[in-house]
Design a binder for this molecule. Structure first.
Ligand SMILES: [Fe+2]
Length: 197
């Protein structure tokens, strides 16, 4: 699902101001993430603060989200995990399906990622700058080690738009082109997750 103009220019500015104050770590500082996403440039990630998280959630309380999450059996907990991301020229995210990055932590239950959300907060984005989100389906419909994928959606990172899709599903972020210059692809992305016994 794509919602254009989900955020006003003022709201995007609010999040960008908070992003400017956030503690960023680039991929080179995050060995575990780097291991999951080799050759993905050096994009940066920062934790979203509680007020911004609240602002995001107060706007995305769609009934269908709730219905979908509650449709999974034996839920004992509902969790959210959202972060800021900044992609500069040369950065990308290679194809993955959002299952294997949920690293189990000793003594804690693994959370199931159910719905991925990404929303774009930069001021301007031109088609030549790249950074599109490509979503795939399995061409054959079979489960294979190396699935044969066909792109079903190509979503440009339009300022203020919001994208949601159910996971696991294969997707990638196209490399940001050198023509983007100093422009950064700024987003909030994360998941609605469920916890099970
Ligand atoms: Fe992903």
């Amino acid at each position: 699902m794509v919602v254009e103009n989900f955020w006003s220019a003022e709201e995007r500015q609010f999040f960008r101001d908070r992003m400017n104050q956030a503690a960023w770590k680039s991929l080179s500082d995050l060995p575990n993430v780097r291991e999951d996403f080799p050759q993905s440039g050096n994009w940066a990630k920062a934790e979203i603060g509680p007020p911004e998280g609240q602002r995001l959630l107060s706007r995305v309380q769609f009934p269908f989200l709730q219905d979908y999450i509650e449709s999974f059996p034996n839920i004992i907990g509902r969790h959210l995990g959202f972060s800021y991301y900044s992609y500069s020229a040369g950065d990308c995210l290679l194809t993955h399906d959002d299952t294997d990055q949920g690293r189990p932590i000793a003594g804690r239950r693994t959370l199931q990622r159910r719905i991925a959300l990404v929303t774009y907060l930069h001021e301007e984005w031109q088609p030549d700058w790249g950074g599109e989100l490509i979503i795939y389906a399995a061409r054959s419909g079979e489960q294979m080690a190396q699935p044969d994928l066909v792109p079903t959606h190509c979503i440009e990172p339009r300022p203020g738009s919001l994208v949601m899709f159910t996971v696991p599903r294969f997707h990638r972020v196209c490399r940001v082109d050198a023509t983007a210059g100093q422009h950064r692809r700024l987003s909030i992305a994360g998941w609605f997750m469920t916890e099970h016994p």
